[in-house]
Design a protein around this ligand. Structure first.
Ligand code: SF4
Length: 699
């Protein structure tokens, strides 16, 4: 018998976080046996985190959705379709019938045509994730807008960095990181705010750790002490929901102490005088305000110290969802850009603004126009659609009848899960394109299994605007997301618009439709520069640093958009003497990720090596609560209740505050969050909710 092993090494890109590490997959007989980073990898610098290194087993997991399935109760509700396709449907179990891709898309197209005819095009919406390629994201919004004629398309940026896009576009005209990660080695001072970088963006954190160790030039601002805080010169713990106040205070110090760059402000910005007047007259922008906030008095000195160092040095700011997932998230992002505009810390090497974006292609999904208010290339769409929370409300009202969901676990990683469940029940049709039977897939009428990132060709845009043309590590018979959409478009009579035979065909259309960023990004060029990567906008050359000469606003000038911090939440309670009380009610909970898992853990929990590290969500509480909490607690808010959570105790978290991850659906953490969201862009307030703690045994 010939037992020769066919072995090859394929360069591609990690499927997890927005850092977008270059990987090399070692493949034997069409099986990935190892993933590693090459020493000269521009992003990875020869290192991967444990997700990148070990999180590839999901590709061949036994429970991948390989055969499309149709819910039996859907067929009962649609007897005509059931009869028409009866011979092509086979029983799988009590809930599902199995079928082939042709039949699944035939049924889906027939149902969508019926809904469109009966209720109009706007009764359809499409909500996508950002794990798939730009080609699929592009086809997704095109299917929604053009084939179905509905403006309602959105993506998972709604629950993460939409406020970064909003805040940066309002002030500097472009919602993306300004510089390459390696500028960390060129900078003199770094602020990390609202980001647990070591766990959520580990390979970027490697660089920050390197320079913080040798140069002692790091400020970490957060509501709890993260792993990175241990290396910080300024370990700045702030109250919940105080980001905007702290950032305005920094700006005020820079103005009052005349540390700003007068020439830069005069040449490159407008409305500074108006902004200055507002900030100087705002009592909440005075760092001395913290002298009266019990437990946080040290901030009255620490904030000015950080502001001074930031202003006087060549500085960079990194932020994560600790900034964006708040009621004032977009305004806090504007406040961050003000710091850069005041000091000229933008438009040059070693400075800049760096939103640490979540999913590996969330930048790309937004660039492709998977947002209700932007067409590809951030052009205005013909009609502005609804954002995800508005779509959920419209489902509840019975106005949205059909949802196409592409790789976004709406029933797990979004807030107010009990409400989402009720809304999904109102739908006439829910179709899901997925790798696994995730929470949303379990609620679907049709589920079509699709290729994972390690099985396809496609472009991914990482958190520093770097395009990576991913190539398949292994071959798969499953369709790519764009192929499913193309099939359905053809069946809905829109074939001429979806004349795609390969992902390169789709990408060439993207380059025509999004020329401002991608016209020069032909596949052959991306292939040629696979190692180095290319950062958009890409014409003849690519653009490692944005805003060198002007901002990407209409007149090229940066703007100050002042917003006063609104007194609320924890600070208000401390001032009124209501916070430090001896009660199990009124704890502040924030959520986030752990190193071993990614979002709903659909992929990571199928890796034994990752699962064994963190196979349930763990609640972090202050040591002083250990005696009364015990080993497990249930959390309750006005919106719902978690399952019993294991508690770990640490002084890294302040008294009367809690932290929990949300990776495991069974914890039901996101039932605790309601509709409170960013006031401009509706990103959920995942970083702050008040909960009651119920020690198990008393539940
Ligand atoms: Fe993958 Fe992000 Fe880890 Fe890099 S840092 S290996 S992109 S998960």
């Amino acid at each position: 018998m010939n037992r020769e092993v066919e072995r090859q090494e394929v360069e591609s890109v990690c499927t997890y976080c927005g850092v977008g590490c270059d990987i090399t997959g070692v493949v034997e007989n069409n099986r990935i046996v190892k993933v590693y980073a090459q020493k000269d990898g521009v992003v990875s610098q020869g290192k991967l985190c444990i997700k990148g290194k070990y999180g590839f087993d999901f590709v061949e997991a036994a429970d991948r959705v390989r055969i499309p399935r149709v819910r039996r109760s859907f067929l009962e509700r649609n007897p005509e379709l059931a009869e028409r396709y009866a011979e092509r449907l086979k029983p799988l179990d009590e809930t599902w019938m199995e079928t082939d891709l042709e039949t699944a898309t035939d049924i889906a197209a027939a149902k969508l045509a019926q809904i469109r005819e009966r209720y109009g095009p706007k009764s359809f919406c499409a909500i996508g994730g950002a794990r798939t390629s730009c080609e699929s994201a592009y086809a997704f919004q095109k299917f929604c807008r053009e084939t179905m004629g509905s403006p309602h398309v959105d993506n998972c940026a709604r629950v993460c960095h939409s406020p970064s896009l909003k805040g940066m576009r309002a002030t500097i005209g472009e919602g993306a990181a300004t510089n390459p990660y390696n500028d960390i080695y060129e900078t003199e001072f770094i602020i990390v705010i609202g980001s647990n970088t070591i766990e959520a963006h580990p390979i970027v954190a490697n660089r920050i750790v390197d320079v913080a160790r040798t140069q002692n030039n790091l400020a970490v601002i957060d509501v709890r002490r993260t792993k990175l805080s241990k290396l910080a010169k300024h370990d700045c713990i702030i109250p919940f929901e105080a980001n905007l106040m702290v950032l305005n205070m920094m700006a005020r110090v820079i103005i009052e102490e005349e540390l700003y760059d007068e020439e830069f402000i005069a040449k490159r910005t407008k409305n500074f005088e108006e902004y200055k007047e507002k900030i100087l007259n705002d009592p909440y922008a005075d760092p001395a305000f913290f002298k009266q906030v019990e437990g946080y008095e040290y901030l009255a000195k620490m904030i000015p110290n950080i502001a001074r160092e930031y202003a006087l040095k060549r500085s960079m700011i990194f932020w994560g969802l600790g900034i964006t997932e708040h009621i004032d998230g977009s305004y806090a992002v504007m406040a961050l850009t003000h710091l850069a505009l005041l000091t000229g810390n933008i438009g040059k090497s070693g400075a800049g603004l760096m939103p640490l974006r979540g999913q590996n292609n969330v930048q790309g999904a937004c660039d492709m126009g998977c947002l209700p208010y932007y067409a590809p290339d951030y052009r205005p769409p013909r009609e502005v659609g609804l954002m995800t929370p508005q779509l959920i409300d419209a489902m509840q009202r019975g106005e949205i009848k059909a949802l196409l969901n592409m790789g976004e676990d709406l029933a797990h990683i979004h807030p107010n899960l009990n409400k989402i469940d009720r809304a999904l029940e109102q739908l006439d049709f829910l179709m899901v394109q997925e790798l696994f039977m995730t929470e949303i897939a379990q609620r679907a009428d049709i589920v079509v299994g699709v290729k994972s990132a390690y099985e396809k060709t496609g472009v991914y845009v990482n958190a520093m605007r770097r395009l990576h043309l991913s190539q398949p590590l292994v071959q798969s018979d499953l369709p790519d997301d764009w192929e499913v959409l193309t099939l359905m478009a053809k069946k809905l009579g829109d074939g001429a618009n979806f004349d795609f035979a390969s992902s390169e065909d789709v990408w060439n259309e993207v380059r025509r439709e999004a020329p401002e960023r991608f016209s020069g990004a032909a596949y052959y060029r991306l292939e040629r520069h696979r190692k180095r990567g290319m950062q958009w906008p890409i014409y003849h050359e690519d653009t490692p640093i944005l805003h060198l000469l002007d901002f990407r606003t209409e007149d090229g000038l940066g703007r100050f958009v002042y917003r006063q911090w609104q007194k609320r939440g924890m600070v208000e309670e401390i001032l009124e003497g209501r916070f430090y009380r001896d009660s199990l009610e009124g704890y502040y909970l924030t959520t986030g990720r752990t190193l071993a898992h990614y979002n709903n853990a659909a992929q990571t929990k199928r890796s034994q090596r990752l699962k064994s590290r963190y196979d349930e969500d763990i609640l972090l509480a202050n040591s002083e609560d250990e005696e009364r909490f015990g080993e497990r607690v249930i959390l309750r808010s006005e919106h719902g209740e978690s399952e019993a959570l294991k508690v770990a105790y640490s002084d890294a978290i302040r008294p009367r505050t809690l932290f929990c991850t949300f990776h495991h659906a069974k914890s039901r953490i996101n039932t605790l969050f309601g509709d409170e969201s960013d006031e401009l862009i509706l990103t959920a307030r995942f970083k702050s909710v008040k909960v009651e703690v119920i020690p198990v045994g008393e539940a």
